[in-house]
Structure formats: structure tokens, C-alpha cells
Design a protein around this ligand. Structure first.
Ligand code: ADP
Ligand code: MG
Length: 212
């Protein structure tokens, strides 16, 4: 269980302050919805460690993540238009997420397995520049699989996709979340994303989260 307890923050020079409390279960998608500018990305940045809270806790199975720098947090972040390096192959993009020192053959095997799991078997050598938007999100999810971190943060991950692709990637996120026991936090302002995926839903307004 991920428990966020009175995580408190204000952007420098901004009057709005945030006081976030919520819970997210393992193997389930927790949705956060809210108007543009309500603070959804701010919340994810606090969870990922890119912003430092004034007070509060982020407990994952009882241990507090707040003191940890971003790279030491058991957290992956997936954005709307994925930050793949266009000039690198799918496999090289995935390998970027790996700790140094893994044996090459073992890495190749893990990448092939992850590409199979996201429905892109055999695409190792394809340059990222030639992948569709949906394929890029799949490669990004494959990278997440190799990093194997139990908290997955998704910031409007389906917004740039057409409706059909969106449904497929949404389903994939749900399957991976259940299979790997991830605590997946989905930020979206699309109510159909929330309805299709979320087992819990919070609305963000006035700097606070309210169960919706
Ligand atoms: N680095 C920053 N410095 C100051 N204000 C910021 C910064 N980042 C975001 N904000 C402001 O904080 C508010 C929440 O932003 P954000 O979390 O990006 O909202 P959302 O993701 O819900 O659209 C907005 O008013 C935004 O302008
Ligand atoms: Mg945002």
C-alpha cells in the first residue's frame, strides 16, 4: 500500500498551497482528476522526488520515501508524449533505464521479453523515430518493466493517442499493473480513462484530494 499523508507544498511565489493525502493499492490503478492547473503534475513531481515537500510523508509498505532522491525512489514516471531518443533503437531506449553492470546477454534477453510483454516482439532494432505514438508508449512501458519499480506514475499518458490506440494501451497498463503488482497513479482529465481503469478515484481541487 502507498499512503500519502499531508504532503504539503507551495511553488515559490504562488499563493496556492497543496496538502495531499491519499492511498493507492498494489495491483490497482488509482486515478487523480482535476482541472488544468489544479496541481496534478505538481503531485506527481512530489511523488517522484523532483519537488521537495515542506512536510508530510509518502509511505510505501511502511517506509517513507520523502528523504530519498529521485533516482533512489521505487518510482517510474511516464509522460504524455514519451521521451524516447528518436535516433536510438527501441532496444537502446529501453536499456537506458537499466542499472549499469548488467551482463549484455542478460540485458538483451530482458529487453526481448519486455518487448513481447508490451506486444512489440522483435522490434529491438527499430529506430524510435519510425515508431507510432502507441508504439512509443509501449516501448516506454517496456522500459518501466525492466526498471521494475513498484510505483508507476502516469501523467496524461493517453492524451496524444487516437481513440483505438488509447483503448489498447489503457488495457495494457491495466494488465501490467495487475500482473506486476504496481501501484499505478493515473493523472487524467478524461472521465473515460478513469472509468475504464481506476479502482479508486480522487478529485484534486483547492490544493486537496477528495475521494470521488
Ligand atoms: N515550477 C513552478 N513554479 C511556479 N509555479 C508553478 C510551477 N510549476 C507549476 N506551477 C503552477 O502550479 C499550478 C499547478 O500546476 P500543475 O501541477 O502543472 O497543474 P496540472 O498538472 O494540474 O495542470 C499552476 O498554476 C502552475 O502554473
Ligand atoms: Mg499537468
Amino acid at each position: 500500500m502507498l499512503r500519502v499523508d499531508h504532503l504539503t507544498f507551495a511553488h515559490p511565489g504562488q499563493s496556492q498551497s497543496y496538502d495531499f493525502s491519499f492511498e493507492a493499492e498494489a495491483g490497482a490503478v488509482t486515478a487523480i482528476s482535476g482541472a488544468s492547473g489544479s496541481g496534478k503534475s505538481t503531485l506527481l513531481d512530489l511523488l517522484a522526488g523532483f519537488l521537495t515537500p515542506v512536510a508530510g510523508r509518502i509511505d510505501l509498505d511502511g517506509s517513507n520515501l520523502v528523504p530519498l532522491p529521485p533516482e533512489a525512489r521505487p518510482v517510474s514516471l511516464l509522460l504524455q508524449s514519451e521521451s524516447l531518443f528518436d535516433h536510438l533503437s527501441a532496444a537502446k531506449n529501453i536499456a537506458l533505464g537499466l542499472p549499469a553492470g548488467t551482463a549484455k546477454a542478460e540485458t538483451q534477453r530482458q529487453i526481448a521479453e519486455a518487448l513481447g510483454e508490451v506486444g512489440l516482439p522483435g522490434l529491438e532494432d527499430q529506430p524510435a523515430s519510425t515508431l507510432s505514438g502507441g508504439q512509443k508508449q509501449r516501448v516506454a512501458l517496456a522500459r518501466t518493466l525492466l526498471r521494475n519499480r513498484p510505483v508507476l506514475l502516469l501523467d496524461e499518458p493517453f492524451s496524444a493517442l487516437d481513440d483505438d490506440t488509447r483503448g489498447v494501451i489503457r488495457q495494457l497498463v491495466r494488465e501490467l499493473t495487475v500482473r506486476h503488482g504496481w501501484h499505478t497513479i493515473l493523472v487524467s482529465h478524461h472521465s473515460d480513462d478513469v472509468e475504464a481503469l481506476a479502482s479508486r478515484h480522487y478529485a484534486l481541487s483547492g490544493g486537496k484530494l477528495v475521494a470521488a
